[in-house]
Design a protein around this ligand. Structure first.
Ligand code: ADP
Length: 388
């Protein structure tokens, strides 16, 4: 019996894995209509910030064997209290804090010797101007907490570009940090899973493509990635999982950058301690999906194989649609490409919203990528892929 905080598409995609494993899922949902609430029978409604709701999720009969999450916005004091009372929580609050707060994450990764962009905390605007003088002309300012999908990230050339954030900070708002603007050649991600008893498995390193700060496409494995760099990136992700004592699935988002000697290297951008968009391809493309692996890991069961089933997998997100109901396009997608695997999240259509994804697997990357893009375009209601 696994209790999950958060009723979005990530919890929804845990359901088929839980069903196959015969695991009872209980999900704390924000409303009776959320993505996961539509498909989970045991789905109490409540807020992640509500101690009583989270406590009830764990202790109601049958009591949960473990509490886990589909997002990081949970009160740590309560998690620690639950652990003290004998209820396992994975990942634990001591690990989760690194996915909740980018300043805590940067401090810890720097202490562990993990390569990161140059960064600094921003107590005030003067600190940003000093940092810009050092790394300029541009830098990236981030809110330490509460950001997602590029919200809470701004490229700046002077402290005036984030005057509103400094005003909020002066009013007791969210702490800020600045990072050098990394001249990355592309973004990579490494997904690993780790059990409380220590077993770790990693999936192949992927390339993730962002559009307007939101993931639009993932290619597994990352094309033309130097095998040495793939090993280095994987070892880095494993060392982060071990160093931070992460349990469950950990996504390590990376920037690939030209190194000092010209050879490519990687810097860590972000951490997520839960199934992640960069791992949706594993449902159709890997022997073990990230959702099954997360359940296995938090239950401290032996982990499944993470090898890719086919040479290439491409996952394309469906971000917004001109269809009122995406199900209207199901026939068209499959008639066009019977091999495209469609995943819809049951969410109301809004511009740019993550409504679903499509995965295509096969031997020829160009073909697989084109098919994934076309299927996503059909679900978006575009007349051709070029319009996308
Ligand atoms: P979020 O928490 O909203 O996902 P991220 O920190 O992952 O925010 O940043 C979102 C995107 O902004 C990244 O995927 C990357 O494209 C860009 N970005 C973030 N930090 C930097 C940086 N230091 N240099 C260059 N681009 C960055």
């Amino acid at each position: 019996m696994v209790a999950v905080v958060g009723g979005g598409q990530l919890a929804r995609m845990m359901v088929p894995a839980a069903t196959a494993l015969g695991v009872h899922l209980r999900v704390l949902v924000e409303a009776p209509t959320t993505s996961a609430a539509q498909v989970v029978r045991d789905a109490p409604v409540g807020a992640a910030a509500d101690d009583d709701a989270v406590r009830g999720l764990v202790t109601a009969a049958p009591a949960a064997d473990v509490l886990t999450f589909e997002h990081e916005h949970v009160p740590n004091a309560l998690l620690e209290a639950l652990v003290a009372e004998g209820h396992p929580v994975h990942p634990g609050a001591h690990a989760l804090v690194h996915a909740q707060d980018k300043i805590v994450m940067r401090r810890r990764l720097t202490a562990l010797g993990v390569p990161c962009p140059r960064w600094t905390e921003l107590p005030d605007a003067a600190a940003l101007d000093a940092f810009l003088a050092e790394v300029g002309p541009a830098a990236v300012v981030k809110t330490a907490r509460g950001g997602y999908d590029g919200k809470g990230v701004r490229v700046v050339r002077s402290s005036g570009d984030v005057a509103d954030w400094f005003a909020a900070l002066a009013d007791g708002g969210v702490p800020l940090l600045a990072e050098e603007r990394v001249p990355f050649t592309r973004e990579l991600a490494v997904l690993v899973a780790r059990r409380p008893s220590g077993e770790v498995r990693a999936w192949p390193v992927v390339e993730s493509v962002q559009r307007h700060g939101v993931c639009s496409e993932v290619v597994a494995p990352a094309p033309d990635l130097d095998p040495g760099l793939a090993r280095e990136a994987t070892a880095l992700a494993v060392s982060v999982a071990e160093g931070l004592d992460v349990t469950g699935v950990l996504a390590v988002e990376l920037f690939e950058v030209p190194g000092a000697d010209g050879a490519p290297t990687v810097l860590v951008n972000e951490l997520a301690m839960r199934p992640h968009n960069s791992g949706h391809w594993t449902i159709d493309g890997s022997v073990t999906s990230q959702f099954e692996q997360h359940l296995r890991a938090v239950l401290d069961l032996p982990l499944g194989e993470t090898r890719a089933r086919e040479r290439w997998s491409v996952m394309a997100n469906v971000l917004g649609s001109s269809h009122a109901d995406l199900a209207d396009a199901l026939g068209a997608v499959t008639a066009h490409d019977a091999g495209a695997k469609v995943h819809l999240y049951g969410k109301d259509v809004r511009p740019g919203r993550k409504l679903g994804h499509v995965t295509v697997t096969g031997d020829d990357l160009d073909d697989v990528r084109a098919r994934a893009r076309t299927a996503a375009a059909v679900l978006r209601g575009d007349s051709t892929e070029e319009d996308a």
